[in-house]
Design a binder for this molecule. Structure first.
Ligand code: ATP
Length: 357
């Protein structure tokens, strides 16, 4: 990355227009503090507000603009609330992930010292395969793997390919080398013998290339129970698409709140920062949403950009953001989901102040 990064900005629905601008303020402040230039933010239409003007929640002009960028921030969307035919179509983030082949969804769950958590000490990462698996709406080239042959019968197709599992497993094992050198493979190979059998077998073959990394595996149902009991025992968990999506809501909440669960969706040359949570329509417009997940997702994007471009400035900025958020929470400044009374905007201001201090 040379000079100011050019980053796409999509607000999305629900709490998106509240949390995304907070993340932008924090990124600007962190890059300045690290001696870099503020990004050139390019605002792009996505979500319910894009439908009246552009005829789609994901206008083609948005996708075309993203082609020219290395990275972007995507707010959450509430596609279930879109009018038909959009509610039945692949949602905006799924469509973007599919279009750009963003196969790796990295979802850390980390509790904050000094903040409440169901399992204090949680510090793990879900590595979720993003382009195939049991989410039938994105595992075909054209059409969908979900269909109704008659009005009373619905069929969904899951897809697992050796190459798809190999590449996500390598992401997980490489990540484990930067952490505690432990990978847990989650599956259900005792029932889904072919699909999950291939997933488990492929992960084990990749594991053989990493003799320095310990590997174990759990059935998805057993792992859900073990996570509630001792999430602090796990480190890197690799999962197919739907299992990873479900587990990461669980682990986010175990670490304190879904509102602190960040994520990045990456291919080899593009990355999208996106909170692991949804658009939270139940709390939208009330200045109570926790912006931490969106802020930390933006931080993950900066780290990804810096490491890929061999540029220390965005990596430094990301580190500053992570520390400023942790300091702010440790000082007792939190939104209601973490037990505090701080508003979304004010939390952002507190983090910006912590970056300056
Ligand atoms: P999706 O399917 O799009 O992931 P969802 O149906 O899983 O969405 P969310 O929108 O993630 O649901 O919301 C689940 C719960 O978590 C809601 O009660 C919501 O208010 C809460 N929540 C989600 N994000 C936040 C946040 N940033 N701050 C506080 N609470 C949140």
């Amino acid at each position: 990355m040379t000079g100011a990064p050019r980053l796409g900005l999509m607000l999305g629905d629900g709490i998106g227009p509240e949390i995304v601008p907070v993340a932008v303020r924090v990124v600007d402040a962190a890059l300045s503090a690290a001696g870099g230039s503020r990004p050139d933010w390019v605002l792009l239409p996505v979500g319910a507000s894009a439908i009246p003007e552009h005829g789609s929640p994901l206008p083609s002009q948005t996708v075309e603009a993203l082609e020219g960028m290395d990275g972007w921030l995507l707010g959450p969307h509430d596609n279930a609330a879109y009018p038909e035919p959009f509610a039945s179509q692949l949602n905006p983030s799924g469509a973007i992930r599919k279009h750009f082949g963003l196969f790796a969804n990295i979802r850390p769950a980390r509790s904050f010292p000094g903040a409440r958590a169901v399992v204090p000490g949680t510090d793990l990462v879900i590595v979720r395969e993003n382009t195939e698996g049991f989410y039938a709406d994105r595992n075909t080239f054209a059409g969908t793997g979900e269909f109704m042959p008659d009005p009373d019968t619905a069929i969904a197709m899951g897809i697992v390919t050796r190459s798809g599992v190999e590449r996500i497993a390598r992401v997980a094992f490489d990540l484990a080398r930067t952490r505690s050198r432990r990978v847990t493979v989650v599956h259900k190979a005792n029932v889904l013998r072919l699909t999950m059998g291939l997933f488990l077998d492929t992960c084990r073959r990749v594991a053989a290339e990493y003799p320095d990394v310990d590997v174990d595996d759990y059935h998805i149902d057993a792992l859900a129970a073990h996570l509630v009991r001792r999430a602090d025992h796990f480190d890197v968990i690799v999962a197919e698409n739907m299992f990873g999506d479900i587990l990461s809501d669980l682990t986010g909440e175990l670490a304190g709140s879904l509102g602190i669960a960040p994520s990045i969706n990456a291919s080899r040359d593009k990355a999208m920062a996106q909170a692991a949570h949804g658009s939270a329509p139940d709390i939208a417009g009330r200045d109570v949403a926790n912006p931490i997940a969106m802020i930390l997702s933006a931080s993950m994007l900066l780290r990804w950009l810096g490491e890929r471009g061999d540029d220390a400035v965005p990596v430094d900025a990301a580190q500053r953001i992570d520390e400023a958020v942790a300091r702010t929470v440790a000082a007792g400044v939190t939104t209601p989901d973490l037990g505090g009374t701080c508003g979304t905007e004010d939390f952002g201001t507190a983090v910006v102040d912590a970056l300056a201090g």
